[in-house]
Design a protein around this ligand. Structure first.
Ligand code: 6PG
Length: 495
């Protein structure tokens, strides 16, 4: 038996990727410490393999057996928990006889700096490669978005496999079945850290996109007093237009589901405390550390953390004054404005994510291709959305675009919707309904288009108490000045 690829870890994601490979005609070897996982994959793959044109699956008893089942150079994908387990499995593979030409692909949700470290650490002992996978269980089984990175030579072996099993889109960017001919949502993005980095930012955007939809839901529920199924219908309509996306589609569906036990809207029976596994936090930390502002992505993380302390919110809801200004907005115009506001804020969120990737791409020397990134996010991943096709086109027309919001097509989209966005942000403040992501996106937008910010006063404050110096508007920016602020007469000295 000579298999083309091995999958180590046959949990939900590993099993789905393995079956997807078999479904596309590849011969796969698999191993999992848990025998039940091995047997389940073996059984499901066996029923697939009876169909003409499908591949095969062989379950290995241990890692030595697994290595014997593979063609050389061996291609081994790991679907194991991020962190130390990745290094532990690699150490076991080396003990089992892995060669320096063999390729090990980490498909987990690893921290990108770990992938960078692993690429260096394993050089000469194996070819370390990473592929971040988005799309959850269904995506992994029927067409994920695959963000690959690492040794470019290894990519020549991995590419045919990944491009076959990834999600596909047609020439207009519309998702199609992954068995059809079309553009594949798998791409090579750069050295080993790049794929996991791009996936991390994907998740930061995912947090903010989800939060924006939740804010619109709360506005429609608490200000417009619509029921959950009515909001679901509004979202369903919006999903036909510029807001078309997977997250909008599932939100429309969720809001129209009833609880079988009580008959109430199911969503209203779910406790309002959000959890998180940490990738949004990684993005927020990266934004703060790199000095590349992505405030709406950060707000989305804060919004989850704030929701988590339910007991405090219940107490505060009874003690803190609201003093809201009750607005009685017209439903039709509010719906139009809210759709505009969501579109603009969503665009800003994506722009912040792409800007963050640009900053890190420059500092790491990755030369990320933003057209490719937008293209492979058009299907398969959680943030797949109609307007990613426009983002891909914007970067294709201007590969050196400094900021996504400056693309002429988006300047024009924003100018059509800006007043609606301002209206909703103002109404949310007056009515006391929190919209942290939507409002922070508007503040970011206004700061970005502000020629003179109040940072002149801030620099003066810093110089006043700490002699931190400042630059002057009428001198080159690298010439620094300091004033003895508390002395009279004030004396300015060049530093
Ligand atoms: C994806 C998802 C996936 C996972 C999130 C959930 O692209 O398939 O992003 O990776 O669902 O990591 O993250 P939280 O548990 O932090 O919401």
């Amino acid at each position: 038996m000579s298999c083309q690829i091995a999958m180590i870890g046959l949990g939900v994601m590993g099993k789905s990727l393995a079956l997807n490979l078999v479904d596309h005609g590849f011969s796969v070897a698999g191993y999992d410490l848990n025998q039940a996982n091995r047997l389940r994959t073996l059984q499901e793959a066996a029923s697939l393999s009876t169909i003409a044109g499908k591949g095969t699956f062989a379950a290995a008893d241990d890692l030595t057996h697994l290595l014997r089942l593979l063609n050389t150079p061996r291609v081994i994908a790991l679907s194991v928990p991020a962190g130390d387990v990745v290094d532990e499995v690699i150490a076991q593979l080396l003990d089992a006889g892995l060669s320096s030409q063999d390729i090990v692909i980490d498909t987990g949700n690893s921290l990108w700096t770990d992938s960078e470290r692993r690429e260096k650490e394993y050089t000469g002992r194996l070819r370390f490669f990473s592929t971040a996978v988005s799309g959850g269980e269904q995506g992994a089984r029927h067409g994920p978005s695959l963000m690959a990175s690492g040794d470019p030579e290894a990519w020549t072996f991995v590419q045919p496999l990944w491009q076959a099993i990834a999600a596909k889109v047609d020439a207009s960017g519309q998702p199609i079945d992954s068995h059809q001919q079309g553009e594949s949502c798998a791409a090579y993005l750069g050295p080993a850290g790049a794929g996991h980095y791009v996936k991390m930012v994907h998740n930061g955007i995912e947090y903010a996109d989800m939060q924006l939809i939740c804010e619109a839901y709360q506005y429609l529920r608490d200000v417009m007093t619509l029921s959950a199924p009515e909001i679901g219908q509004v979202f369903e309509r919006w999903n036909q237009g510029v807001l078309n996306s997977y997250l909008m589609e599932i939100s429309a569906d969720i809001l129209q589901q009833h609880d079988p036990e009580t008959g109430a809207a199911l969503v209203e029976m779910i406790l309002d405390t959000a959890e998180q596994k940490g990738t949004g936090l990684w993005t927020a930390v990266n934004s703060l550390q790199s000095g590349s502002p992505a405030p709406s992505l950060v707000q989305a993380v804060f919004a989850r953390s704030l929701s988590a302390n339910k007991a405090r919110r219940v107490t505060a809801s009874k003690q803190l004054p609201a003093q809201t200004l009750i607005a009685e907005p017209c439903l039709d115009s509010t719906l139009r404005d809210l759709e505009s506001a969501l579109y603009c804020a969503k665009l800003v969120v994506y722009a912040q994510g792409f800007d963050l990737m640009k900053t890190t791409s420059d500092s790491e020397g990755w030369q990320l291709n933003f057209t490719d990134i937008a293209r492979i996010w058009r299907s398969g991943c959680i943030i797949r959305a109609g307007f990613l096709h426009q983002i891909a086109q914007a970067y294709q027309h201007q590969p050196l675009l400094d900021h996504l919001l400056l693309a002429p097509e988006f300047v024009s989209e924003l100018s059509k919707r800006l007043l609606g966005w301002r209206h909703i942000a103002a109404q949310s403040m007056q009515s006391g309904v929190p919209m942290p992501c939507l409002a922070s996106a508007l503040s970011y937008y206004d700061a970005l288009r502000c020629e003179v910010l109040p940072a002149n006063l801030l620099q003066a404050q810093r110089d006043y108490f700490g002699a931190h110096t400042y630059a002057r508007v009428d001198h080159p920016a690298d010439k620094k000045f300091h004033v003895l602020w508390e002395k009279s007469p004030r004396q300015q000295v060049a530093r």
